[in-house]
Write a protein that binds this ligand. Sequence first.
Ligand SMILES: Cc1ncc(COP(=O)(O)O)c(C=O)c1O
Length: 456
Amino acid sequence: MASSCSGRGVSESTAARARSVMPGGVNSGQRSIPGLEDLVITRARGSRFQDDTGKEYIDFHAAFGPPILGHNDPDVAAAVAHAARTVDLCGVGVTDAEVQLAEVLVDLVPSIEKALLTSTGSEATFHALRVARAATGRRLVVKFQGCYHGWHDSVSLNVISAPGRVGRHDPISAGILPEVLEATLVLPFNDEDAVRRTFEAHGRDIAAVIVEPVPHNVGCLLPTPSFLQTLREATQKHGSVLVFDEVITGFRHDLGGWQRISGVTPDLTTLGKAIANGYPIGAIGGRADLMDMFSSRPGGPAFFAGTYNGAPAVVAAAVATLTKLRNEPVHEHIFGLGGRIRTALRDLYAEIGVPAVVTGYGSIFVTYFMSGGVPRSYEDLLANRGDLFVGYRRRLVKRGVFELPLELKRSHVSYAHTDDDVDRLLEATREAVLETLQFDGVEEAGVARTMGGVTR
Ligand SMILES: Cc1ncc(COP(=O)(O)O)c(C=O)c1O
């Protein structure tokens, strides 16, 4: 029997059945968490979810970020139900709601002149790179160590790399053609000199630079004030396409994304997650001349298709989510709670004398167990003690507070979270950290995991 950190172990039948018919018993590699092999979710509402033993968790994992309003937001659920009663996927033409959604994206996001819908963020980033190659006739793509842009081949490398694999290609999957990996150049985030040098050497072959403007797939690395501007200047000078992957930052940090906060406007933007509060949708938008290259426009050379693109129920979810984000003080609420959490955690670690860096932005928070200032690159994060990072979270889960017990993952606050939820988080964190320190993290030493290191 697998060990469990959710304090359960009786009703394993669903998890056992899952393992016999689904590889690993889950539908995403990022849901296969040591210690949580038997976790079966039965309900979710607001800031909480429940497992099949009836145990409730205050959810700060938030499915990696989509439910910005909280689980099963009633307004979003009502919009989805209405769509399900009135229209269905017909696979031809367009619906008024799709047009409304594209209009909202054009209105909100500075770089977006035209937009198209996908079903996932991975498809959005795939299409961004495809159209960049189509537009420039070039091969190479630049990405940054620590950024994740989905599962497709051009970007499936160098996310959470083991120390010995930083500075060279570190694929996160077997089965990628070596020539595809070789066409992706990986640079350290926030390293302006590396960007300039790479463009001097390869500028005429670089189709696109793709970047999470704030790399949240390793917690939170804030860009230095001039880094994104340097990317803008280098891509402009060399005729390459700049893609901001705002799948996490979009709508969560600002209705106009990080591009509105930073004042740096990319050529293309990819979106997902918080756009529809948990319904499966992604979007790509940007300069009209680039977007018009997609084959949704007859004659467009960059093939674009998807049976479920613009499916009425998910579009209704997106329109309802964005309407609520615009009309209610969602950002005020989530930024307030996020700020309170970061301040209180800093005080806590100072008080108990644990070297820790608490960082994040707005509704996102993360604690790295290391000394020094705010980390600026993935290389800085190699100092994080993975055993403590994973260890205190495993103990939080036992206490009914859910932060994902996996190396470098960030946590999120939603509109449904309350000050009481935050009180509980802080109290449970104190207990969980003190208990982990008693064991000096040793129990968790083998649990800290990388995302990469594929050698086949
Ligand atoms: C920044 C970023 N881009 C793209 C993706 C891929 O999105 P999806 O999982 O919807 O395919 C993710 C997913 O975590 C992401 O964090």
